[in-house]
Design a protein around this ligand. Sequence first.
Ligand SMILES: [Fe+2]
Length: 174
Amino acid sequence: MNKTSTTRRNPKLSTPTSLGAEATRDISGALNALLADCFALYLKTKNFHWHVSGPHFRDYHLLLDEQADQLYATTDPIAERVRKLGGTTLRSIGHIGRLQRVSDNDAEYVTPLDMLAELREDNARLADRMRETHGVCDEHGDVATASLLEVWIDEAERRAWFLFEASRPGETPR
Ligand SMILES: [Fe+2]
């Protein structure tokens, strides 16, 4: 159970669910941490989208925008899943900062290849954490959250794949 979870039961906000109080606590805690990671990685991806430079600018700029959009699109379903389970979810940027496990990168300048490598690693770790959360869902028989996670894991792995391929050195022309 995540120590910093904020899923304490408030009777006014506890949606009835047949999964039980332990499921609400454990799955909500895991999902809120994932939600914080998605917001943090969304903003880091936008940061690199805004600050990338160099000969591959257009390709990288567009790739990162597409990936940021995909991350942002996962945030609302994650938060609403927590509410469906009777938990409470994130309330502020400060709350994200307290729960996120993705590290920020506030460097003045990052080379394009370092940007791609860092995001590839972040997305791979995100997929790992989603797989762990899937295990928590399995323990409690929460097939709906598990099924959503399966899609998001595939998306995170796709982002990692694109970042990996985009950063490979080109073939030397003959
Ligand atoms: Fe943009």
